[in-house]
Design a protein. Sequence first.
Length: 284
Amino acid sequence: GGTACVLTGQPFDTAKVKMQTFPNMYKGIVDCFVKIYKQVGFRGLYKGTTPALVASVAENSVLFMCYGFCQQIVRRIAGVDRKTKLSDLQNAAAGSCSSAFATLVLCPTELVKCRLQAMHEMQLSGKINQGQNTVWSVVKGVIQKDGPLGFYHGLSSTLLREIPGYFLFFGGYELSRTFFASGRPKDELGPIPLLLSGGVGGSCLWIAVYPVDCVKSRIQVLSMAGKQAGFMGTFVTVVRTEGVLGLYSGLKPTMIRAFLANGALFLAYEYSRKLLMKQIADSF
C-alpha cells in the first residue's frame, strides 16, 4: 500500500514541498513542474523517492498494524465484543490513535525526503553549500550537526498533523465505503469504489491539516541552514510575512496527489490484505 502511494503521488509531493518552502520561486504547479524538468530533468520529479518509499512503507506498516490494535482498544472502551463491527466514527478514532505510533517512524524518513526535494532551492538561495544531494549525505549531515535527535526536527508539527488528520482520513474512507456499500458488506466492494473511498479519505486529511504540514516542511528543510523556531514561532512568521495564504502554498498539487495516491494506497492495502488472509485460510 505504501509503495503504491509513493509511486502514484511522488511528483506531486515534490512540487508540494518545493512550493511550501520556497513559495516565491514558483507561480503555480505547472511553473514548478516546468522548472524542475528544466533544472534536472524528469528524474527531478522523483527526487527523494528512496526515503519516501522507506517513509511510506514504514509509516503505513506501523499505521495499519496499530490500527488493528487500536480497534480492539476502542471495542474495549465501548464495551462491545471483539467480533463486533465498529461504527465509522469508532474506526476514525482507532485510526487517529494509530497515527501517533506511525509518526515515530515517519518523522526521520520524511525529514530526509523533504530536504532532498528542496535541496536545489536551498543551494540557489545560498542557505547551504553545494554537494549535499544524496540520501547518505543528508543522513550524515543530520548526524554530524544535530546527532540522532536531529531526525526529529518537526516532530510536534508531524503529530499535530497526523492525529487529527488520520481521524478524518479513516473517517472519510469508512464513510465513503459505507455509502458505496449501500447495505452490503464493505468487503465486497470492487476496485473503483475502493479507489474513490481512498481518494475521499486522503482529501479530507489534507484539506484539514495542510497549514500544519506547511509549517512542518519549513522547519524540516530550513533547519539545514541552522536552528529554526518551533511550530508556533514558524507559524506566526509565515502569517506575518506572507499572510494566511502562505500556509496554503502548494495546496493544488497536494490535493491532486491526495486523491490519486491514497486511492492507490487503500486499493493496494485491501487487495493485499485479502490475498494474505486467503493464503492463511488455505494453509489451514
